[in-house]
Design a binder for this molecule. Structure first.
Ligand code: SAH
Length: 528
């Protein structure tokens, strides 16, 4: 016989495969034998080594594949043969999983073992249904009980009379068959008939379903809804909190996720849209991309080339956007030059994205203003000496000139040069109409030109934007929108996409239930 192996009693968590512990996953990947039950997401088994033996010991079509004694013996035999065994069990191995019996069998045979606790369905299924198992002043204790014994039977050893009066939360596992009897017994032992109850089926799985009611009617509701095991019952006043906290699955609500399900139109160019899209998606919004602007190379590059040919002449080159950086470098490359062309000048970048674009080319900006709105930039620039300093400003062909004028006022010799063109994409008009017809909650504008271009795409039809919140990235964009007759609903004060999304979150967050009001609402609904 080989030296003794080892058995790990591992909790797999309640269903969502992300809820296994880090340690559980590690030992699973090292096991030579995996002994597992029903109620495990099969994807967890993919973490086992390809040559590991997998033994299913759960119930198959109502029949137990192996008796508990046979399972115990299997664990003892494999470990005695020197193998590393993972006994993978749903939820936590010691919560009604007969994990204790398996551990005792191993101890009796002198087999080394470790327990890796798991997330129990008793707490996690409630949590995924939006029910905190305890809540200050609402429930200060919780009890988890097995409902596999019918309380009507004389041999029942569960003190239902005590459980009916804890005032805390009661979670019943394995109670589906005897549900009516259990709830009736709790009622007859003094639990109020209007005590809230939730039945959670397949908690934490994608197919999770929850049926709520009160002690007196929830069983009928659950049967009517066609629930089937695995189901657990959560009984007590915390169940009420679900009305505000249900965050998971198709019946989740929007509390705490203000942009949830909101359709947000992005009008930036495709290359610039991805960051805004990612930020919106992270907040649960549904971004719709309408590239109302496209960046195109200049038709006539002579002015730009001439400026780039005498870069050493400028004390400063200030880039207003990532597009300006990209276009200038594309042109430099065409002229056979690289970043060293900026060796003799200082370089400024308006906004972190512009600074990043420069950094990708090996240039660390000498000046990055704290805020990117043109007025604020000029304010910050005014702290430096500009008298007589030649400054090159490569920008869009239709660039806004607050920056150029501000620098000129400070005494700089400003040379503004177009580095790229912005064009309205052909054929985007029909797409714009279609999106707006289907309903758009928010229209975002990240520059003045996107405002102009969208209206151009709509043939000047401002009414098409009625009912959508107009959200602008900064004051200059908002000014353009107002000039063109659009009601601006929101202006970001950060002048970048992060600021824009923050402002949206604040806007919709305030309009709905602010988290601080949740408790007051709970109180109005009869919670203590
Ligand atoms: N050890 C497990 C419980 C085993 S008893 C744990 O800690 O979660 C099995 C019972 O748990 C089932 O009858 C059912 O009542 C409950 N259960 C397990 N997983 C569940 C899930 N995902 N959703 C709802 N109930 C679940």
């Amino acid at each position: 016989m080989l030296g003794k192996g080892k058995v790990y009693l591992v909790g797999a968590g309640p269903g969502d495969p992300g809820l296994i512990t880090v340690k559980g996953l590690r030992v699973l990947s090292q096991a030579q034998v995996v002994v597992y039950d029903r109620l495990l997401d099969p994807s967890l088994l993919q973490h086992a080594a390809p040559d590991a033996e997998q033994v299913f010991v759960g119930k198959a079509r109502g029949r137990q594949a192996l008796t508990q004694e046979q399972i115990n013996q299997l664990l003892v035999d494999r470990a005695s043969a020197g193998q590393t065994v993972v006994r993978l069990k749903g939820g936590d191995p010691f919560v009604f999983g007969r994990g204790g019996e398996e551990a005792l069998a191993l101890a009796q045979h002198g087999i080394p073992f470790e327990v890796v606790p798991g997330v129990t369905s008793a707490i996690a299924a409630a949590a995924y249904a939006g029910i905190p198992i305890t809540h200050r002043r609402v429930a200060t204790c919780f009890t988890v009980v097995s409902g596999s014994e019918d309380p009507a039977k004389p041999e029942s050893s569960i003190p239902w009379d005590v459980l009916a009066r804890t005032g805390g939360t009661l979670v019943v596992l394995m109670g589906w068959n005897a549900l009516e009897s259990i709830l009736r017994t709790l009622g007859s032992q003094g639990m109020a008939a209007d005590t809230p109850v939730a039945l959670v089926q397949w908690g934490t799985w994608p197919q999770q379903r929850t049926v709520t009611g009160v002690l007196a009617d929830v069983a009928a509701r659950g049967r009517q809804a066609g629930l089937e095991p695995p189901v657990l019952a959560v009984i007590g006043p915390v169940v009420k909190l679900r009305e505000q906290l249900r965050w998971f699955g198709p019946d989740s609500n929007t509390a705490g996720r203000p942009l949830w399900g909101k359709r947000v139109l992005i009008t930036r160019s495709r290359t610039q849209a991805s960051r805004l899209r990612a930020l919106l998606e992270a907040q649960g919004a549904l971004p719709l991309e309408l590239p109302a602007i496209e960046i195109a190379p200049l038709e006539d590059c002579r002015k730009l080339d001439a400026a780039l040919a005498r870069l050493n002449h400028f004390g400063w080159v200030i880039f207003a956007s990532g597009n300006a950086v990209d276009s200038v470098f594309a042109r430099l490359e065409g002229l056979g030059k690289d970043a060293r062309a900026f060796g003799g000048t200082q370089v400024g970048a308006i906004g972190p994205a512009t600074a990043e674009a420069l950094a990708r080319r090996g240039i660390r900006a000498d000046f990055i203003p704290a805020r990117s709105a043109s007025e604020a930039v000029v304010d910050e620039l005014s702290k430096r000496p500009w008298a007589g300093v030649p400054v090159l400003l490569p920008a869009a062909d239709i660039g806004r000139d607050v920056l150029a004028q501000g620098l000129a006022r400070l005494g700089a010799q400003v040379e503004w040069v177009a580095a790229y063109r912005t064009v309205t994409p052909a054929g985007a008009g029909g797409q714009a109409r279609q999106m707006l017809d289907q309903g758009v909650d928010v229209v975002t504008f990240a520059s003045s030109s996107t405002v102009r271009n969208l209206l151009e795409l709509l043939g000047g039809d401002k009414a098409a934007l009625e009912g959508s919140l107009i959200a602008c990235i900064g004051p200059a964009t908002a000014a353009t929108a107002r000039e063109l007759g659009l009601p601006v609903g929101l202006v970001s004060d950060e002048h970048n996409v992060e600021g824009l999304v923050d402002a949206l979150v604040r806007h919709f967050g305030d309009a709905e239930i602010p988290p601080t009001h949740l408790y007051e609402r709970g109180a109005r609904q009869g919670l203590p």
